[in-house]
Design a binder for this molecule. Structure first.
Ligand SMILES: Nc1ncnc2c1ncn2[C@@H]1O[C@H](COP(=O)(O)OP(=O)(O)OP(=O)(O)O)[C@@H](O)[C@H]1O
Length: 330
């Protein structure tokens, strides 16, 4: 049996055992470019997400976080090639056909707070109309109750009631973000993918938004929070997955990741040390082009701990893909 098949079986087992709402194994996405080049946007991602759990997916811009979320919803463009498995309640999202995804997955079993909310709103409809239409499509709510359900969703996402009759072009970035969050909460999906749900919000609204997402998870749903905002991740995540150049290089419990022990992958340490309230020291250098990844560890050229051994790619061991993981700080 190949390692890949063994991992897919493991995913089905985890999901059947009821431990996982979502069980992802070997998720790989490549984009074909003109001239035969390829972009390795996501490589061999493995993770599980349980009911009531929030997993924060963090990493520098362009490392593949949004592509991973789009793959789970079957929203990748035609030049993408996807492999691996992603089981959600018995359905492999990566193998499901468009009809299944459109009728039973998107919005109903998987909610999405998209990264560019304004682009997902129809320009000629007000926010209220978006919300009420989504309530109609996703729930059996009667016409009379629709208005109230829509207003409740807006309130949960801190979208002000006085702005419900505005059109998308009349919304600030932060308001569009909150409208998108309200829309994503309506279907009560088992899995919520929130892709940068706090962009454009000030700190109070960031806290309010992520707390609402956390409450959503606490009611027995699973939340994948994709974010640059490590403070937001520290506030609500149970576990943190760090992505670098398309690969998940560490998955750690949030209390260890943000606590005195700290993460073990040197890149994860670097991300934390770059924070203004920590060492405020950026990770030197730049991430590699995803169309020209090295054979070995992609972080090695920027890594203070790299040795000749890093010319071979490290496989994840005890949650860390590194030949020279850092020792716990405490
Ligand atoms: N259709 C496409 N064709 C080729 N490459 C693509 C395509 N879509 C995305 N990519 C590439 O995939 C990589 C991962 O992009 P992705 O949007 O997932 O990054 P990200 O981690 O979400 O970044 P950010 O935090 O800025 O949103 C990027 O290098 C991007 O250029």
């Amino acid at each position: 049996m190949t390692a890949r098949i063994a991992r897919a079986l493991q995913a089905v087992t985890a999901e059947r055992a009821g431990d996982a709402v979502l069980s992802v194994r070997g998720l790989t996405v490549r984009f074909r470019l003109p001239g035969g080049r390829t972009v390795a946007a996501v490589g061999d991602a493995d993770f599980d997400l349980a009911a009531g759990e929030c997993l924060a997916l963090v990493g520098e811009s362009g490392c593949g976080k949004s592509v991973l979320a789009s793959a789970l919803l079957g929203l990748l463009p035609g030049n993408a090639e996807t492999s691996g498995t992603a089981f959600l309640d018995g359905t492999d999202l990566l193998a499901a056909d468009e009809k299944t995804l459109a009728r039973t997955v998107r919005g109903r079993r998987v909610g999405l707070v998209p990264q560019s909310p304004a682009a997902h709103l129809t320009p000629v409809r007000t926010v209220r109309s978006h919300l009420e239409e989504t309530v109609r499509a996703l729930t059996g709510t009667s016409r009379r109750a629709r208005r109230k359900t829509a207003e409740d969703a807006a309130d949960r996402a801190a979208f002000p009631a006085g702005h419900l009759d505005r059109y998308p072009h009349e919304l600030s970035g932060g308001l569009a973000q909150r409208a998108a969050t309200a829309l994503a909460l309506i279907g009560d999906a088992r899995l919520l993918l929130a892709d940068e749900p706090t962009t454009g919000l000030d700190r109070d609204l960031v806290d309010r938004t992520v707390d609402e997402l956390r409450r959503h998870a606490d009611e027995g749903r699973a939340l994948l929070l994709i974010t640059h905002d490590l403070a937001a991740a520290a506030r609500i995540a149970d576990r943190v997955a760090v992505m670098y150049a398309g690969r998940i290089v560490e998955v750690a419990p949030a209390h260890r990741f943000f606590g005195p022990t700290g993460p073990r992958h040197p890149y994860a340490r670097g991300l934390l040390d770059a924070l203004p309230d920590r060492a405020f020291t950026p990770v030197p250098g730049m991430p590699p082009e995803l169309s020209a990844l090295p054979d070995g560890c992609a972080f090695a050229p920027r890594c203070p701990r790299a040795t000749a051994r890093c010319a071979t790619r490290p496989e994840p061991t005890a949650g860390v893909a590194c030949h020279h993981p850092e020792q716990p700080r405490a």
